[in-house]
Design a binder for this molecule. Structure first.
Ligand code: FPP
Ligand code: MG
Length: 297
């Protein structure tokens, strides 16, 4: 099912430039969550496959830029493009991927073209917020949710409602499904940064706090530990963590119930996603939610 999407993406890049294609083939595909979502909502048609390739090119572009911004040296288990080549190459490859994606997006009806392009603007605003909030520690839940909505959920929301539009289904219901799925997805991502390891994740573990990101588990942990532990947590912010620090964070995250609470919220959001599409619910869309919550990377 995904081979068609892979070949479309490859062909689109190849229509632009042969060197860009060589660079592009060095990016591992990832989970292709957004493509799967489109195909499961709209079925496997020429338009849905094209839309899936477009959205995945946009997502790949955003990760190329994100790795430059985060100075990340690994992505999907191998060195990132910015690490293998340099930041300039990663930025320009990202520009090629997303501008070609937008060119192809122009062939779709206005509702879909506007929904996806509006989401990409919000995505960029979300990344800007992420950068801003990473400068100093902040335990504000509202800011966290606003940021992850824009950074992650908006594109999944737009993807699901566009796929619904293609299939003549209820766009609003699927938008809500996508939004809740996207929020839950980012919360699980933030949990896995703490509970998983580098090999499973394909990128360094416990990297968020060092990068300045006070994610939901850190907010919950701060809310439930005593003053002394709050002070210790704050002292580790943006620091290179040694083995003892890592063990301390992982232990307190579990003991304080922060991890359980974050997973509980992601599960609730998953249930709300399914409630939104009650009339159109099918096993494949239910499986998207359970796979996402139970995933290991
Ligand atoms: C990963 O977050 C980043 C995103 C989901 C969005 C990045 C968006 C941009 C850079 C805006 C530019 C958009 C385009 C189309 C060029 P993360 O750093 O929390 O996750 P990670 O640990 O996987 O890096
Ligand atoms: Mg990043």
């Amino acid at each position: 099912m995904l081979e068609k999407i892979e070949s479309l993406m490859h062909d689109y890049v190849n229509e632009v430039d042969s060197y860009a294609t060589i660079l592009y083939t060095k990016i591992p595909p990832g989970k292709r969550l957004r493509a799967k979502l489109i195909l499961k909502i709209a079925g496997e048609t020429e338009s849905s496959e094209k839309l899936a390739a477009i959205v995945e090119l946009i997502h790949a572009a955003s990760l190329l830029h994100d790795d430059v911004i985060d100075e990340a040296i690994t992505r999907r288990g191998i060195p990132s493009i910015n690490a293998t080549y340099d930041s300039k190459t990663a930025v320009m490859l990202g520009d090629i991927l997303y501008s070609k994606a937008f060119f192809e997006l122009n062939t779709f009806p206005t509702f879909i073209a506007q929904t996806i392009s509006d989401a990409v603007t919000k995505l960029s605003a979300g990344e800007l917020l992420d950068v801003e909030y990473s400068k100093e520690i902040q335990f504000d839940e509202e800011k966290y949710f606003d940021m992850i909505y824009k950074k992650t959920a908006v594109l999944i929301e737009a993807t699901a409602s566009s796929a619904a539009a293609l299939a003549g289904k209820d766009e609003e219901a699927f938008a809500l499904y996508g939004k809740n799925l996207g929020l839950a997805f980012q919360i699980i991502d933030d949990v896995l940064d703490i509970t998983s390891d580098e090999q499973t994740l394909g990128k360094p573990a416990l990297a968020d706090f060092k990068e300045g990101k006070t994610t939901l588990p850190y907010i919950y942990m701060y809310q439930s530990v005593n003053k002394e532990n709050q002070k210790k947590l704050v002292s580790l912010y943006q620091k290179e963590l040694d083995v003892d620090d890592k063990v301390w964070i992982k232990t307190k995250m579990q003991e304080s119930g922060a991890i359980m609470k974050a997973i509980g919220l992601a599960t609730k959001l998953g249930e709300e996603a399914l409630k939104a599409i009650e009339d159109d619910k099918n096993e494949a869309l239910e499986k998207v939610i359970t796979d996402m919550i139970e995933r290991e990377f």
